[in-house]
Design a binder for this molecule. Structure first.
Ligand code: SF4
Length: 82
C-alpha cells in the first residue's frame, strides 16, 4: 500500500541523507528537515509533524520508494510515515 503521509519527528541532525535519497520530498534547511510543499496536499513546507498533511494522491505511488529509502537512511530514525 502506498505511503499516504510522511513527517519528521524531533531530533533531525541535518545529515542530508534523506535529501540525497529523495530530493523531491525532503529539504534539509539550516535548522531542520522539511517535507516539500510541492508534494503535500496542504502546500505547506515544514516538518509536517502536526498537520500530517497527506501527500498529493497522484504522487503517492511514485514517491514511495524514495521515502522508504530515506527513512532507512536516516541515522536517527526521525522520518515517520503511514
Ligand atoms: S536523514 Fe534524518 S537526520 Fe538526516 S537530515 Fe534527514 S531527517 Fe534529518
Amino acid at each position: 500500500m502506498a505511503i499516504k503521509t510522511v513527517w519528521i519527528e524531533e531530533g533531525c541532525i541535518l545529515c542530508n541523507a534523506c535529501e540525497s535519497e529523495s530530493p523531491d520530498v525532503f529539504l534539509v534547511t539550516d535548522s531542520t528537515c522539511v517535507i516539500k510543499g510541492s508534494v503535500r496536499e496542504d502546500g505547506q513546507e515544514d516538518e509536517n509533524r502536526n498537520a500530517k498533511s497527506p501527500l498529493k494522491a497522484a504522487l503517492q505511488a511514485s514517491l514511495e520508494a524514495g521515502i522508504k529509502s530515506a527513512a532507512a537512511a536516516c541515522p536517527v530514525e526521525v522520518i515517520k510515515c503511514e
